[in-house]
Design a protein around this ligand. Structure first.
Ligand code: NAD
Length: 336
């Protein structure tokens, strides 16, 4: 048993799908301040493999019905919600009510009202809330933020970003508006929004947006297939974003007074590539998820703020809602 600040905090993952199993759980083998202590799943057939892969005792295994009894389990300090987007709010609030610190995956929720309820529940419980924004711990994206906010190449004049991939299985929750909230904007466009905000150091004040054509009307009957949007920043510069479920793209670019700096592979789990007017960036590769979760564990232990709090998640949900409103109405929408 470890004590005091040396103790690794126990994390319970809620939802054992692709991201939890492929990225977060393996990352929790590389963390120094937290470890995978428990699981919450609705699929009993997954339990044995997870228990043996991660040495999880029976007492730390929950389902969605008995999840609230996690409040009586001191081995779990943090609950990490990795469910479809529309389910984040319910499980974050239940985790907070059970007296746990919480990480929720992105997007934080579908509506800002839900974000408010999530923030309030954590506040009321005296627990911390953060969003799984892993790129705030990734060196190339941190470098974009440094170059932009420190004005290393002068003022940014314009930004562009795009994130997209051809989506497969037509029955998956990402194509179901009720569970996903929307299409590629919710899933991957949010990374472009994030990139604009951390590179400029500003939040947008207005937006225009256009939905792309639907080449597969059946697959995309519920959500957009692609869309383009233009965020207006407080100093008047425009950040142009693109998100797609049919076209592959992955970049973040800033044009500044003294040259362009950009990531041509920007948002993946690894393999970032970046260029500045001085040439190719040469920065270390890291396990983004391990860094993200360790930072949150340290924030809890040392009682300092997380750089990716619920309030940031809410800001992005507000921007997403404004983009959809602009897309549907064809009008410029102010973001207050
Ligand atoms: P997934 O489909 O692989 O897994 C979803 C999990 O939720 C599954 O275990 C499934 O059984 C469970 N689930 C419970 N109720 C469900 C329901 N009603 N419908 C469908 N699934 C249900 O999805 P994923 O890729 O792991 O994504 C989960 C969350 O993580 C999403 O919010 C997504 O945006 C986020 N995510 C974040 C990153 C990142 O890089 N930060 C990457 C991938 C996914």
């Amino acid at each position: 048993m470890q004590n005091g600040d040396q103790k690794k905090l126990g994390i319970a993952l809620v939802g054992l799908g692709g991201y939890a199993g492929g990225q977060l759980a393996p990352a929790l083998k590389q963390t120094s301040d937290c470890y995978l202590a428990g699981i919450v799943t609705g699929t009993p057939s997954k339990i044995d493999t997870w228990k043996s892969n991660y040495n999880i005792p029976d007492k730390n295994v929950y389902n969605y019905q008995n999840f609230d009894t996690i409040k009586d389990n001191p081995a779990i300090d943090i609950v990490y919600v990795v469910l479809p987007n529309a389910m984040h709010a319910e499980y974050v609030i239940r985790a907070a009510k059970a007296g746990k610190h919480v990480i929720t995956e992105k997007p934080m929720a579908i509506t800002t009202e839900d974000c408010d309820r999530m923030i309030a529940a954590c506040k009321e419980a005296g627990k911390m809330l953060s969003v799984g924004y892993r790129l705030h711990f990734e060196p190339y994206n941190l470098e974009m933020a440094r170059l932009g906010t420190k004005k290393i190449y002068g003022n940014i004049k314009k930004m562009n970003a795009g994130f997209g991939f051809p989506i497969g299985d037509p029955t998956q929750w990402r194509l179901n508006k009720k569970l996903a909230g929307g299409g590629p904007l919710e899933d991957v466009g949010i990374y472009c929004i994030q990139g604009f905000c951390y590179t400029t150091g500003m939040d947008p004040v207005a937006v225009t947006a256009q939905e792309g054509p639907k080449t597969d009307k059946e697959k995309f009957r519920d959500v957009e297939q692609s869309l383009a949007w233009q965020l207006e920043m407080p100093n008047g510069i425009i950040c142009e974003g693109n998100a797609s479920y049919s076209e592959g793209m992955n970049f973040l670019k800033a044009e500044a007074d003294k040259g362009t700096f950009e990531l041509t592979s920007a948002f993946n789990y690894s393999g970032q590539k970046g260029y500045s007017p001085e040439g190719a960036m040469d920065l270390p590769g890291v396990n983004q998820q391990a860094k993200q979760m360790d930072d949150f564990a340290q924030a809890i232990k040392n009682k300092h703020a997380t750089p990716v709090p619920g309030e940031m998640g809410k800001r992005d949900v507000k921007i997403i809602q404004a983009i959809y409103k602009a897309m549907v109405t064809g009008k410029r929408v102010e973001i207050s």
